[in-house]
Each structure stands twice: as structure tokens, then as C-alpha cells.
Design a protein around this ligand. Structure first.
Ligand SMILES: [Zn+2]
Length: 79
């Protein structure tokens, strides 16, 4: 058995709990960002009229359903 003082034991327990909370927060945040990225993947905003529309095709350019302007997919912005 390894002799450990009470202060060291408390420090190790608190450190372990904080590490667990921090790890859970990191995992939760990465999952939230992944869900958000998937939710906004097909959402585009027209650069001319500001209309927001969904385009589920894989083409890099999508046509706005309101004004017909061609919009680049990589210019999509978050709401
Ligand atoms: Zn438009």
C-alpha cells in the first residue's frame, strides 16, 4: 500500500473529477458542432436577394429558387 496524505488524496480526487468533466465537455462540444455542421450543410443563402434555401444536390453551384441567381456552395453562411 502506498502511503498518501489526505491533502494529496483530495487533490487527486478533485483533479480526476475535473478531468472527467473537461473530457465530457470536449466530447459534447465536438458532437454539437458535428450536428450543427450537418444541419447547415445543405442550407444556402442567396447573395443577391438573401433568400435562404436548401439544395441537396452535390453540385458546387446552386440556383436560387426566388430570383434564379447562381450561388456558390462554399459561400453558405450560418444563420
Ligand atoms: Zn435569390
Amino acid at each position: 500500500m502506498i502511503p498518501v496524505s489526505l491533502g494529496t488524496l483530495v487533490f487527486l480526487c478533485l483533479g480526476g473529477m475535473l478531468a472527467g468533466i473537461f473530457g465530457a465537455w470536449i466530447v459534447s462540444e465536438s458532437r454539437r458542432r458535428r450536428r450543427e455542421r450537418l444541419a447547415f450543410r445543405d442550407l444556402l443563402r442567396c447573395t443577391m436577394c438573401g433568400c435562404e434555401f436548401e439544395d441537396h444536390t452535390a453540385e458546387p453551384i446552386a440556383r436560387c429558387p426566388r430570383c434564379g441567381t447562381l450561388n456558390e456552395r462554399n459561400r453558405a453562411s450560418r444563420l
